[in-house]
Design a protein around this ligand. Structure first.
Ligand SMILES: [Zn+2]
Length: 418
């Protein structure tokens, strides 16, 4: 059983210390106006880490650790602060973090790093025109809060931005950004609806990873990286998508929307198609609070990993062990592909049996990969937010995956297989 002990280095220990201290110093209190010290939390100005002298000398070789990583690039601090950024945005309820506000966060990030990030927003009309009807169907009833896909693009200095010629994979992190999920016409009971502003956390964490990439420009990935937020609100109303409506995507696949509450996989499917067709992405990661099913198996302790590229999945799991973020690989069998065959359409978004829905969802997403693309799907439903804090993970939005996925992406150098 892997424990992570064998791969945790001094570098990791310092990272974790900085992260734990920064995280412990943080409390989401922006909507608390009273001034009591308990509600405002504590404040730490400085952190001193006593590192043995031999580790500050360039001759030592602990994963090429040098103290300058911390003094010149502020890698660990930037990543820790991005995790807090993810918690702050994640904890905003839907009357603050509505669809247009999520786009605004992307704009602000791009404005802060104009030489490192580019933003392209595909609005509802554009998505309709392009035929990305699945995400449009998810947001159909939310007439004042239309859906969109926002794509942030980070290009390292050594890349031209066009990876077609370099044969390098272009990495895309696609985040489910459901700013609120009522369940649609499969309306959730109040108790299960109350915290559904957390259904955007895959997108929020994606945004935080893009922020880290832009800030940590001294430690660049080998590949271009895009972060795509599949933004929608799943509301009710006369325009809401009916159960069993059949919707098509540009790859020709038709989908029967058996379950209007299984909307995340629909929004992600459109975004997976778009990042491949419009941005040449070939190495796809999805981060999503996708299924209750993954929580049945893994509780609030680990995220489920589903993939057609075992090496990448194992590396994400390893990066998780180094960062206090637990992942567990789950299967995608041929039976799961069978489960999501539609009765009168190519696919259905859900099987009427609720068994193995997390794997069914992963099989569903795989149907939107172009030939040669890889998928590492991270179902963070159980770990993206917590009712009670657990260790370094606080109550509320946790920012789960910001550290491990960022570190995985900067350590990768995948090239095209086909
Ligand atoms: Zn739902």
């Amino acid at each position: 059983m892997p424990t992570g002990d064998d791969i945790v280095t001094l570098n990791d220990m310092i990272n974790m210390t900085i992260r734990a201290t920064t995280g412990a110093n943080h409390i989401s209190n922006r909507h608390i106006n009273s001034e009591t010290a308990a509600e405002k939390g504590t404040h730490i100005d400085s952190l001193f880490i006593n590192v043995p002298k031999k580790f500050t000398q360039s001759s030592q070789n602990d994963q090429n650790f040098t103290l300058s990583d911390y003094t010149s690039n502020y890698n660990a601090v930037n990543t820790a602060e991005s995790e807090i950024f993810a918690r702050e945005v994640g904890n905003e309820p839907s009357n603050y973090a509505f669809n247009a506000q999520m786009i605004k966060y992307c704009e602000l990030l791009t404005q802060a790093h104009p030489n490192r990030l580019k933003l392209k927003v595909y609005d509802e009309n554009k998505l309709k025109e392009m035929g990305h009807n699945l995400i449009v169907s998810v947001g159909a009833a939310s007439t004042d809060n239309p859906p969109a896909i926002a794509v942030l693009e980070y290009t390292p200095d050594n890349q031209t931005g066009n990876d077609v010629t370099t044969k390098k994979d272009k990495i895309a992190i696609v985040g489910k950004t459901l700013t609120f999920d009522t369940g649609g016409l499969e309306l959730k009971p109040w108790k299960y609806m109350i915290d559904m502003y957390y259904d955007k956390l895959g997108g929020v964490n994606t945004l935080a990873i893009m922020r880290t990439l832009a800030l940590n420009h001294g430690k660049q990935p080998q590949n271009s990286v895009i972060g795509a937020l599949a933004i929608a609100e799943n509301a009710i109303g006369s325009k809401a998508t009916h159960p069993s409506a059949i919707i098509s995507e540009p790859n020709g696949k038709t989908v029967s929307v058996v379950s209007p509450d299984a909307e995340g996989r629909l929004a992600l499917a459109s975004a997976i198609g778009l990042v491949q067709n419009e941005h040449n992405a070939t190495s796809i990661y999805t981060m999503a609070t996708l299924t209750g099913s993954v929580m049945v198996g893994l509780g609030n302790y680990a995220a489920g990993v589903f993939t057609n590229d075992n090496n990448k999945a194992q590396d994400v799991i390893k990066m998780g062990l180094k960062n206090g973020e637990k992942y567990w690989q789950m299967p995608v069998f041929q039976q799961h592909f069978k489960n999501i065959k539609g009765p009168y359409s190519d696919l259905q978004n859900c099987n009427l049996s609720s068994l193995s829905d997390a794997s069914n969802a992963a099989a569903f997403l795989s149907n939107f990969l172009n030939k040669g693309s890889s998928l590492v799907h991270l179902d963070i439903a159980g770990v993206a937010s917590l009712d009670d804090g657990d260790g370094m993970m606080p109550k509320g939005a946790t920012g789960f995956g910001v550290h491990s996925v960022y570190e995985h992406v900067v350590s990768q150098n995948p090239t095209k297989k086909f």
